[in-house]
Design a protein around this ligand. Structure first.
Ligand SMILES: *Cc1c(COP(=O)(O)O)cnc(C)c1O
Ligand SMILES: [Zn+2]
Length: 392
C-alpha cells in the first residue's frame, strides 16, 4: 500500500496500551481514555522538510506526513486550513500591547474550525469503509460532519440540543443529515448515541472517542508554527469545550519539537470558558487532574456548553505543562467583546472567540500577560452563525 503518512500506531493517553492503526479504533478498551496517534518522526524528518512544504497548497493536507490518512485517495476535502493570522492593530493599542493576533477560523469550510477535525475523521471513516456515522454536538461539529459526510457519501445522524443556534440545524439538514433535536445538552445527545449505536450500526464521531478529529485540530498548531516562521507565540487563548483544539495544538508542538523544527519555550496555553459552564476552570483552580460534571450548564457561547469533556485530563495536563491557566468570563463580557472586536477590527467573532478577547483583558489587569508578549486568540467560528444573539 502506498502511503505518505508516518503513522505507526495508536496509544492510550493513560495506560499506554498500544492499538493497531490499521483497524477501526475508538478509545482505550482497557481504561476508557482517548487514544493518541503516534508517528515515526525520525523517518518523517528525512522525507519532509520546511522547504518541501513551501510548494504545497495552502490547506491542512500540506502536513500529510504528520496526518493519519494512509492513502491520499481517501482524503475528503473542501479546502480547509491555513486560515489567516490577523493582527488586532487597533485593539492591541488600547491595551498597550504590541503583538495580539487572531487566528481566524471563520474563514474555513462551514465557517467553523470543526471542519478540520471532521475532514480528518471522515477521511479516515472513508478509508475504513465506514458507512454510517453519528455525532452528539453543541452545533458546529454537526454542521461540519454533515458537510464532509455528504461529500464522502456517508450516512450521517446528528443529535443536537433543541435550543442549538438555528443555523447549525439548518446547515446540517440542508447537507442531508438526519438531525434529531434533543431536550437537553450535548451530554444528553451523547447518551442517546451511546444507547442506540450498536443497534443502528453507527460509528460514533464524538470528539476523542475516535482518534482522528484530534489530528485534524492539531493542524492549527502546525499552521501557527509555520505562519510565525517556525517560532511559536508566547500565549495562546483558546475557548475550551471538549478541548480537542487545545490538546491537539499541544500535541503538535511536541511533534514539531521532536522533528527539530522548533526549539525553545512553548506557548502558555490559556483555556477560556463561560461562567455559565466552566468545569475546566474549576478543576484547574482546585488543582484537580480531572473535571466534575457541570450541572445546569447555560451560556450563549453554545460551543462551550460541554459539562464534562471526555479529554479533560489531557486539557488540564496541557495547561499545567505549558505554565498556562484557565479562566472564565461572563456572557455579558462575551457580547461586549463581540461588539468591540467587530467595531474596531471588522471581525465578527463568534461568542466563543470573543470570550478570548474578554479573557485577555482580564489577564492584563491581573498582570498575567506582558505587553510585549506575542499573543494569539482563536476565533473558532464565524459570528454569522449566531444571529439570535443580536436579533433582539
Ligand atoms: C466546539 C467549539 C469550541 C470548542 O472546541 P474544542 O476544541 O472542542 O474545545 C469552541 N468554539 C466553538 C464555536 C465551537 O463550536
Ligand atoms: Zn488505557
Amino acid at each position: 500500500m502506498s502511503t505518505n503518512s508516518f503513522l505507526t500506531h495508536l496509544i492510550c493517553c493513560k495506560c499506554e496500551k498500544v492499538f493497531d492503526h490499521r483497524e477501526i479504533q475508538t478509545f482505550c478498551t482497557a481504561c476508557n481514555k482517548p487514544l493518541l496517534a503516534i508517528y515515526d518522526l525520525d523517518q518523517a524528518k528525512r522525507k519532509l522538510s520546511k522547504d518541501t512544504l513551501r510548494s504545497r497548497a495552502p490547506n491542512l493536507w500540506r502536513y500529510l506526513e504528520l496526518l493519519p490518512v494512509l492513502e491520499s485517495k481517501n482524503i475528503v476535502s473542501l479546502g480547509e486550513g491555513m486560515t489567516p493570522l490577523i493582527q488586532l492593530t487597533n485593539l492591541e493599542k488600547q491595551l498597550g500591547f504590541s503583538n495580539v493576533w487572531v487566528k481566524d477560523e471563520a474563514q474555513i469550510p462551514t465557517g467553523s474550525f470543526k471542519a478540520r477535525g471532521l475532514a480528518m475523521a471522515v477521511s479516515k471513516a472513508l478509508e475504513f469503509g465506514i458507512k454510517r456515522v453519528a455525532i452528539p454536538t453543541a452545533g458546529n461539529a454537526g454542521g461540519a460532519l454533515a458537510a464532509y459526510a455528504a461529500r464522502a457519501g456517508i450516512e450521517c445522524f446528528i443529535f443536537m440540543p433543541e435550543d442549538v443556534p438555528r443555523l447549525n440545524f439548518i446547515e446540517s439538514e440542508v447537507c442531508g443529515a438526519q438531525v434529531t433535536l434533543v431536550r437537553g445538552i450535548i451530554s444528553d445527545c451523547a447518551k442517546i448515541i451511546g444507547e442506540r449505536k450498536a443497534e443502528m450500526g453507527w460509528f460514533d464521531m464524538s470528539t476523542l472517542k475516535e482518534p482522528y478529529r484530534l489530528e485534524g485540530k492539531k493542524t492549527m498548531g502546525l499552521e501557527l508554527a509555520e505562519q510565525f516562521n517556525w517560532t511559536l507565540p508566547d500565549v495562546i487563548f483558546y475557548p475550551t469545550g471538549g478541548g480537542t483544539g487545545l490538546i491537539g495544538m499541544w500535541k503538535a508542538f511536541a511533534e514539531l519539537t521532536e522533528l527539530g523544527w522548533i526549539s525553545g519555550n512553548k506557548p502558555r496555553m490559556v483555556s477560556v470558558q463561560s461562567t455559565g459552564c466552566d468545569p475546566i476552570t474549576r478543576a484547574f483552580e482546585a488543582g484537580k487532574a480531572e473535571s466534575e460534571f457541570y450541572q445546569n450548564a447555560e451560556t450563549l457561547a453554545a460551543g462551550l456548553r460541554v459539562p464534562k469533556a471526555f479529554g479533560d485530563a489531557l486539557i488540564l495536563k496541557a495547561l499545567r505543562e505549558s505554565g498556562g491557566l484557565a479562566i472564565s468570563v461572563t456572557d455579558d463580557e462575551i457580547v461586549e467583546s463581540m461588539r468591540d472586536v467587530a467595531r474596531q477590527e471588522g471581525i465578527f467573532m463568534c461568542p466563543e472567540g470573543a470570550a478570548t478577547w474578554a479573557a485577555l483583558k482580564r489577564l492584563r489587569e491581573a498582570g498575567d500577560v506582558k505587553p510585549s508578549d506575542r499573543i494569539v486568540l482563536f476565533n473558532t467560528v464565524t459570528g454569522l452563525k449566531y444571529p439570535e444573539i443580536f436579533a433582539a
